[in-house]
Design a protein around this ligand. Structure first.
Ligand code: TXA
Ligand code: MG
Length: 355
């Protein structure tokens, strides 16, 4: 056990002294959980292998799953990446800072433990003011996975981090809820065409437009099987999982709320006999479950998938506190943020029913 300190920071009026203190913890080899615009990260000095090893211990993360290196400037990009394809550089200047991670060739400065021995490195420049200041004041890039215990839903509040990592990290910065609520989009730009490794807040449709190129979306990026063939080491592990068994109901289309609700009701009636059930629903369908005797958790409206994404991990954690035996989730259209939502739901579920 280590002594964990919570430091509260207002994201709209950042207390620089407080962040200098957090940065000194990073520089001394400590672990600091910090907010980004996607989810909370668990950070350490990316150039300090001993500090980075502590991240893996605290999270109980398998050592073959590499970390993302977070930077605050393009100077730091040239430190951690060996070579940046010319056409990618202009693209990165347009999308960063933001919720996008790219896979590049790594430089010798990045220790093996960060990349799990790969010759590539995942890099991202976050847009959250607290993350930016923490990296800037630390004076080094910060290696950080999401600040959850391995396998649990990623944390979107400091409270989630406390639940998972209390007594395992030195500092938890509490700056309220994160903005997007799902982890960054990851693309591998070393191949031509680039490959989507994980969908996130930056929709792949938008990235194609900015790159002026196709981006391949493999099955595993949609959260479908094929784990062994995965290019990104992290995708082979079960993720985001609530302890409550979760059935995901997928349909051909989701345009008609009544059809969606009918399918979910059918599953609840078939599987829920004598069990307490919760439904993860959309705003449009939630009223249609009245009288079914189930708990309903509303993720958000289908027409605004940003809100659905933002509430998703909180809802998955909430399931475990509701005293239910089974959860049933509605599927969503795989467009825009819907692709990120479906990737997380598929990985979080114990069963997928295609109706
Ligand atoms: O939004 C985010 O990306 C958050 C915040 C904290 O920045 N971080 C995050 O980290 O989600 P993590 O560790 O939970 O997910 C990183 C993913 C893993 O699936 C890992 O396998 C993959 O990135 N990854 C890291 N380095 C890689 C590499 N060199 N090649 C392919 N995949 C890599
Ligand atoms: Mg993670």
């Amino acid at each position: 056990m280590v002594e964990t300190r919570i430091i509260k920071v207002d994201p709209l009026n950042v207390d620089e002294d407080a962040l200098r203190l957090c940065a000194s913890v990073i520089r001394r080899g400590g672990l600091v959980a910090f907010p980004t615009e996607t989810v909370y990260g668990l950070g350490a000095d990316a150039y300090n292998p001993r500090a980075v090893r502590r991240i893996f211990e605290a999270k109980q993360r398998p050592a073959d799953n590499p970390l993302i290196v977070h930077i605050a400037s393009f100077d730091q990009l040239y430190e951690v990446a060996a070579e940046i394809p010319k056409r990618i550089e202009g693209f990165l200047r347009r999308v960063w800072p933001g919720p996008l991670t790219v896979i590049l060739r790594r430089s010798d400065r990045v220790p093996d433990v960060v990349t799990a021995g790969l010759d590539t490195v995942a890099v991202r420049m976050p847009a959250h003011p607290v993350a930016q200041k923490l990296i800037e004041f630390s004076g080094v890039p910060i290696a950080a996975p999401s600040a959850n215990l391995s396998g649990r839903p990623s944390p979107t509040t400091a409270q989630h981090v406390i639940e998972d990592l209390w007594g395992r990290v030195d500092v938890i910065i509490d700056a309220g809820e994160t903005i997007f609520g799902v982890e960054s989009t990851i693309i591998d730009v070393l191949t031509d065409p680039p490959v989507l490794l994980r969908p996130g807040p930056y929709p792949v449709e938008k990235l194609r437009e900015l790159l002026g190129k196709d981006i391949v979306v493999p099955g595993f990026a949609r959260g479908l099987g094929e784990a062994e063939k995965a290019l990104s080491p992290g995708v082979k592990y079960r993720h985001y999982a609530p302890r409550t068994p979760l059935i995901l109901v997928e349909l051909e289309g989701y345009g008609d709320p009544k059809r969606v609700a009918d399918a979910v009701r059918m599953v609840v009636e078939a599987e829920g006999r004598g069990r307490r059930v919760a439904i993860l629903a959309s705003e449009e369908t939630a009223p249609l479950y009245r009288g079914l005797g189930v708990r309903v958790v509303v993720l958000g409206p289908r027409r605004d998938m940003y809100r659905v994404a933002r509430n998703l991990f909180k809802a998955l954690r909430e399931l475990d506190t509701m005293g239910v035996d089974l959860a049933v989730a509605e599927g969503f259209e795989e467009r825009g943020l819907g692709l990120a939502v479906m990737n997380r739901l598929r990985k979080a579920s114990t069963r997928i029913l295609r109706l």
